[in-house]
Structures are given as C-alpha cells and as structure tokens.
Write a protein of this length. Structure first.
Length: 356
C-alpha cells in the first residue's frame, strides 16, 4: 500500500505596501513681495527682492509693521541699513509672523501673481538718527480685472504712522469676525494685531519726538546766528558750468511765472542747430534749450519773430530745491551773457520754400 505524501507547509512571506508618493505641495496663487533698494556701504546701492505666500499674514498691515520694526532697530543700534541686516531681521524671531524670505527673480511690478508689493528704498541715517526712507505699497487683486490700490510714504515717520493705523484697523476687523464666527484663531490674531499696533504707535511717537528735537535744534541754531544754512531755503544744491556758445532758431518766448526782479526778464525756447556740449550736469543733451534773458536785451529779443537764427553765449546752471517737505526737484537754467542774430545761418526751411 502506497503511503500518502504530506505536503510541506509553504512559509508565509510578509510584504510591505509600496510607499505612496507624497502629494506635491500646493503652489501659491498669490504672493507678497518685498523689493528693497539699500546702500551697499561703498557709495552704491544693492537691490533685494523677496517673497512669501500671501496667506493671512501677507496683508499690507502685517508686513508694514515688520518694516517699521526694522527701521526702529536701525535707529536704536545706530546701524546703517543693508541687505544683510534686512535679511537677518526678516528671518529672526523678533517678527512673530511669516515674512518674505524666498527669492523672487521676476519683475514683480509687471507680474500678476503678487497681491502685495512693497517697494522700499532706504538711505543712510540722517540727523534724527532714522534712515531716509521711501515706500510704495501696491495692493492688487490677482483675479482678472481686479482692483489696484497704491499708497506712497516718503519718510520713516509716515511709514510708522501708517503701520500703527493699519494694524489698529486690522485688529478691529479681526475682532468683529471672531465674534461673529466664534473662531479662537481669529481671536488670537486680533489680540496679536492689537499688541503690535500699540508697539507701532510707540515707535511712531519716538520718531516724531526725534524729528521735533532735531527741528528745535535747527531753529535754536538759526536764532543764535550759528547756522550757515537756513533749513527752509528752497535751494539745496546749485551747480554752474562754463561759458559756452550755442546756435539755433527761436521757437517762442515766454514770460517767467515767478517774479523776475527789477529788470525785464524773458524766457527763450531755442531749437539747437546741432548737438551742443553738455549744457548741464545731467547726462542728456536737450534739443530745445530754455534761455533766460535779462535787461535791455529781453526787450529787443521780444520783437524777434519765431524762426530767427540766434547765437547765444551763456552759462548753464542747475538748481536742486526742496519741494513739499522732503521731495526734491531740479530746475535747469541757461543764463544768457550775450545774444545776437546769426547772419551766416542758412535760411529756415519754410523761408527757403517760399523763396523758391
């Protein structure tokens, strides 16, 4: 009788499931971008452009507070602004919310993705101990046909003032939303916005106090007669060139808008016959030169018809003056020393055509 064979048990093999690929992180649809221009310490400037996803802290109120705190730290430690200190500030724990720290190598001004663009320009510390500052805040809707809102601030005091006001408004909005929704996270953010608004107000008061102190010192120095420069004088800088001769044709004459003094004054618009030497310290070479004629020559030139060929000898002068507080404007003048009719010049095209 045949013996039945026994089947050997098959050893069990433990298998582990294949690892599932991790889902790719969601790509942000909107960004908050900080573009900063700062001095490089050797007379030039360096640019920095950083970004972050425009989440709940990507609004203008929060990021404006971060800039305000950076200005206050520069004033407290008397450190000149630089890209290194700005990067360190944005990445530090002193800012209790996310800030732009990622590079953004795109043209933010012409990109539809940034919902917030902070264009910051900082200079060296001034007499008040604060850095000179310019800031443009652009808020825009990333959707098609969305809105765009722009705010401009020209001083550190204006930036700190806006940070305190905007964070106070943010606190009120978050408080109302938390009460309606009963959301604890909204309450915490509202509380944080309130604390930061109080800190921004303290920084604003310090900046205002420093400005008043500096203005008072300048006023006392002027009263003692020890100030060589009047703070309220419109002209801040003036540069004059050498005497030069230009030739051209008279386009028109204008009366000066301001008082011309005791002697007659006239403005001549002369279309240059050829590219002349640089008439001012600027890099451009204008095709039409505005000349200032004074005295008896002004009365004689007034009678000249348009198209008259002229020979003008004068000196270029450029004046940079203060306009509306800290805004600078440049006015360029060509003071006429002597002027005459160019008898050797070729006739004007219109006159030559009529003669033919």
């Amino acid at each position: 009788m045949r013996r039945a064979s026994r089947k050997r048990p098959v050893p069990s093999v433990e298998t582990t499931p294949a690892p599932q690929p991790k889902p790719a992180p969601a790509v942000p649809t909107a960004y908050a971008v900080l573009r900063a221009t700062l001095p490089d310490g050797i007379g030039g400037a360096e640019e920095l452009q950083l970004a972050m996803p425009a989440d709940e802290f990507g609004a203008a109120a929060w990021q404006l507070w971060s800039i305000t705190l950076y200005l206050a730290r520069l004033r407290r430690h008397q450190v000149q602004p630089s890209s290194a200190t700005l990067r360190s500030h944005l990445a530090s724990d002193v800012v209790p919310f996310p800030t732009p720290t990622l590079g953004f190598p795109y043209a933010a001004l012409h990109d539809s993705r940034p919902s917030l663009l902070l264009d910051l320009e900082l200079g060296a510390l001034d007499d008040t101990g604060w850095p000179t500052a310019r800031l443009v805040v652009i808020e825009q809707d990333t959707a098609e046909y969305g809105f765009t809102r722009t705010h401009r601030f020209r001083t550190a005091r204006a930036i700190t003032r806006a940070a305190a006001r905007w964070l106070a408004d943010e606190c009120a909005l978050l408080t109302g939303a938390a009460q309606r929704a009963g959301d604890e996270q909204l309450r915490e953010r509202a509380s944080l916005a309130g604390r930061l608004a109080d800190q921004a107000e303290t920084i604003r008061a310090r900046a205002q106090q420093d400005a008043l102190h500096e203005n008072a010192e300048a006023a006392r120095a002027a009263a003692r007669g020890g100030s060589e420069e009047e703070p309220q004088l419109p002209a801040m800088e003036e540069k004059s060139g050498e005497l030069q001769t230009v030739t051209g044709r008279l386009v028109r004459t204008d009366e000066p808008s301001g008082p011309g003094g005791d002697e007659p004054t006239l403005l001549l618009h002369v279309e240059l016959a050829a590219p002349a030497d640089r008439v001012t310290w600027r890099e451009d070479r204008p095709g039409v030169l505005v000349c200032t004629v004074r005295g008896a020559a002004a009365e004689q030139v007034r009678a000249l018809p348009a198209g008259t060929a002229l020979v003008v000898v004068g000196r270029a002068r450029s004046v940079v003056y203060r306009f509306e507080g800290d805004v600078r404007r440049r006015m360029e003048i060509f003071d006429v020393a002597s002027i005459g009719v160019d008898l050797a010049a070729a006739p004007a095209p219109a006159a030559a055509a009529s003669a033919a």
